[in-house]
Design a protein around this ligand. Sequence first.
Ligand code: GGG
Length: 365
Amino acid sequence: PRADGSAERPFQIALIPGDGIGKEVAPEGVRVVEAAARRHGIHLRFTEIGWASCDHWRAHGTMMPADWKAQLQGMDALFFGAVGWPADVPDHVSLWGSLLQFRREFDQYVNLRPVRLFDGVPCPLAGRQPGDIDYLIVRENTEGEYTNIGGTMWPGTEREVVLQQSVFSRRGTDRVLKYAFELAASRPRHKLTVATKSNGMAVSMPWWDSRADAMAADYPQIAVDKQHIDILSARFVLQPDRFDVVVASNLFGDILSDLGPASVGTIGIAPSANLNPERSFPSLFEPVHGSAPDIHGKGIANPIAMIWSGAMMLDFLTDGTGAGRAAHDDIVRAIEGVLREGPRTPDLGGRASTSELGRAVAERL
Ligand code: GGG
């Protein structure tokens, strides 16, 4: 059933494998999402797209065709693998030419990234049990430190000066803070950590803090904790159980969302949802990890991040209700089972292949 009540039309999903291991994990994501959707009577239609990739850049000199938006017309969601690599395409070209276009043009201003410690995943943090660590990172996703505004003076000389500007708008900041406050209000612990660096970044971050303080007045039930990004990073490792919802600017959120999953065992299982909460545009679901050139082509990438991102997609598409929520929960339970009992890919200390793991999750549904 669809949130808008139109049960007949299948959800249209653009499958964009991208580059590197994105191409290897994407089919496993589709395998599991299709199986879970079928079980719950959710109709999906995937359309595979070869652009938003370095292959496209090599053939055409751009990451995407000029009419990419028109080609995605009517899509309900984008299911994305990874972008970047090989090295003949500079990373900033591949990222700005694809993923960042989607985030900006589709106004996907929330990047939701869960971090959980699972039974069976070797955790480098001593003494932590599954259940101790379970938090959500809310990353601002359309502005902040991710800009291409700036320039170079006197390039190539000893006087060379490089400027890179950040952008923090009141609208952009307030809307992501609001999402994070609402999310914290919906969870039992009622706790929100605001990532900041207001001692060093003396313009933008005190202002970011002041916006959080202003909003906190509307949420007296939420315990708000502002932390500088440096000590916050240390506490992700030393005291991860103190976090519930963490809201951060674009760059800080990007760094935290690799650190969090790595500190509980592997970034190979970390999912993310790039959301346009108003649903005016399609949202995008992708692993936190990138294209991983070091393991590309070996068939050993962990597909769980892609699979879990697919579960988040089903949940979001159906507005967190009924069939989509049930399909999401089934997938997460199947992931829990595989992580507990195997098979395991090398990042988890095993020797299983990407497709063995994908099949194992699908079989547990
Ligand atoms: N699947 C995510 C991916 O390909 N990430 C590449 C990357 O470098 N992303 C940067 C970002 O998320 O800001």
